[in-house]
Design a protein around this ligand. Sequence first.
Ligand code: PGA
Length: 256
Amino acid sequence: MSDRKPIIAANWKMFKTPTEGYQFARQLLPKAMNLPGVKFILCPSATGLYHIQEVVKDSAIELGGQNLHPAEEGAFTGETSARMLVACGCQWVIIGHSERRHIFHESDKDIQPKIPTALNAGLNVILCIGERLEERQEGKTEEVLRQQLRDGLAGMETYPIDRLVIAYEPVWAIGTGVVATPEQAGEAHAQVRGILGELFPGIEAETVGILYGGSVKSSNAEALSKTPGIDGFLIGGASLDLDEYVKIAEISQIEA
Ligand code: PGA
């Protein structure tokens, strides 16, 4: 991990009712206070946000949405706007998660306008990128990451890039139990940082945090958290269990 506080972001996907999320947040609160060396971000489903904000308001735990619609408002059945997320206490939003890309067929072109919308609303963005197994096997990992970053971040040169975090999540590692080795993750993170430097020549290379995601658990977090270039984790399955989530945070924390 770098000197910055590692981000330990929980992506609950379509798990946990508002009550279950609320109870989790209440139990996490005292534990989070004892772990000032990490930044906790909970990303419940949209239905859970409003309830959980009551618990985490003015605490060290931040809240994030799992997706948003790029329009300010409108006739978009089933969608959530940036303003709605902010009104529910969100400081963050996940954009371009691989499940959005591959199950709901979101392209880089669909993803791109969501980023300025989120930043303009004051949200911080976790932009997810990552290659499929066949792309890795064909040696195309860097090419895929470059394309996702270039197309997803098109037109972002004048935006506050320090409110952007990249989550490198190899598709073959998400929800599969197969985690990237520290070498694979470290190599991809270095590539992402290099590509960001090419795309935003003016920015400090270190400004943008880069998280790893894909089957992170307490049993593999230590080796990954010690890998240079990994600034925290985006955690799916393991974040649903409070003890496991806190254990990963304990492993990841830096001296405050
Ligand atoms: P996982 O999910 O930890 O269950 O692999 C990660 C993610 O989808 O962000």
